[in-house]
Design a protein around this ligand. Structure first.
Ligand code: PMP
Length: 356
């Protein structure tokens, strides 16, 4: 008998690489290529560092109020955490305790099964259809909770709100979490359903559409009771999850609606152009409503493309997993970055044809 037998063992989630080399074109973790709103820089520049002596506001009131205002909710309907990973992990711990399996798609954010394993929550994955769409009827059975990303990752596919509404309505005895990390790039948010269903929790993040992945801000919105239960878990864990600088920077971001609208529109425009160019080069992909494209080439294997892109300092993401091993997930960068990627791919694919 050794202490090691009693260790909680998990296979951790593997995040995309953060290369040290600044010349890498980094399209592997769905970061936003534009800086945060100018007000964020201003808040950090003028920050009263003496205030760091004190603990931060444990209720994160300023940011909760700003987000409640932005989404047309009450403050009691918003919970803030350190990135949506933190919020999602807390939500699994808070809501998925029935002992029954929780449900999520076979192809989705690969942190869901890691949290389920960490907390010993049984789960059953539900196959997406051949177009990577959710089959709603798969979620009309007994379960201990449901989590769906809309739009989904890494596929980029969004379903209509009505699909999620049916799933939420059919499952009044389970909490249904909709992970809307990418919703601002063209998805249909489930936030308007919050008043109607007390079992719905919607999770969003500042990491993608607000260009603040490095700041770590995520939040959940739902019925007051759900939010109270989430806060009970948070305050049983660590009262001061969010630091003072982050709270102020988060508020500044929410206050600048125009910048938010402008930069998300720019990413969407670049995405649409990139789709057209990738199609011309022989790529196929499900229609993306996110800041990335999940693309497979008609003839060239994804592993080969991943390797040559990497050798040429272009980082994208690839998973050696059934159903998706031939796809690359390419984040949307600036127009200039995408032009470099497209030019590289065009040259590589043309020369490859000549050699064979
Ligand atoms: N949900 C999904 C679907 C994601 O792709 C990500 C980003 N890896 C997250 C949640 C977590 O994002 P963050 O913790 O940066 O808010």
């Amino acid at each position: 008998m050794s202490w090691e037998e009693n260790v909680r063992k998990v296979v951790p989630y593997v995040a995309g690489e953060q290369p040290k080399d600044p010349t890498v074109i980094k399209l592997n973790t769905n970061e936003n290529p534009y800086p945060p709103a100018p007000g964020v820089a201003e808040v950090i520049r003028r920050f009263d560092y003496d205030s760091l002596r004190k603990y931060p506001d444990q209720d994160v009131s300023a940011l909760v109020s700003a987000l409640a205002g932005h989404h047309g909710l009450d403050r009691e309907q918003v919970f803030v955490g350190v990135g949506s990973d933190d919020v999602l992990a807390m939500s699994f711990l808070t809501f998925f305790n029935s002992g029954k399996p929780i449900l999520f798609p076979d192809i989705t954010y690969s942190f869901y099964d890691v949290w389920a394993d960490l907390y010993r929550i049984p789960y059953e994955d539900q196959p997406l259809d051949e177009n990577f769409c959710v089959r709603e009827e798969d979620y009309f059975k007994e379960n201990g909770g449901i989590i769906l990303a809309n739009p989904n990752a890494p596929t980029g596919v969004a379903s209509e709100r009505s699909v999620y509404e049916k799933i939420i309505r059919e499952n009044p005895d389970s909490v249904v979490i909709i992970d809307e990390a990418y919703v601002d790039f063209g998805g249909e948010s489930c936030v308007p359903l919050i008043e109607k269903y007390d079992n719905l929790l919607v999770v969003q993040t500042f990491s993608k559409s607000r260009s603040m992945a490095g700041m770590r801000i995520g939040y959940a919105m739902g019925n007051r009771k759900l939010i109270r239960y989430l806060n009970d878990i948070k305050f049983s864990f660590n009262s001061y999850t969010m630091n003072t600088v982050t709270i102020a920077a988060g508020v500044a971001s929410v206050e600048d609606e125009a910048y938010f609208a402008e930069t998300t529109a720019r990413v969407v425009a670049t995405r649409e152009r990139t789709k057209r160019e990738l199609a011309k080069l022989g790529f196929v992909f499900p229609d993306s409503k996110t800041n990335f494209i999940f693309a497979a080439h008609k003839t060239v294997p994804a592993q080969e493309l991943f390797d040559v892109l990497r050798e040429n300092k272009i980082y994208v993401r690839h998973w050696n997993k059934p159903r998706i091993e031939n796809y690359l997930r390419i984040s949307i960068g600036t127009d200039e970055e995408m032009d470099k990627v497209l030019t590289f791919l065009e040259e590589y694919l043309t020369n490859r044809k000549c050699i064979k």
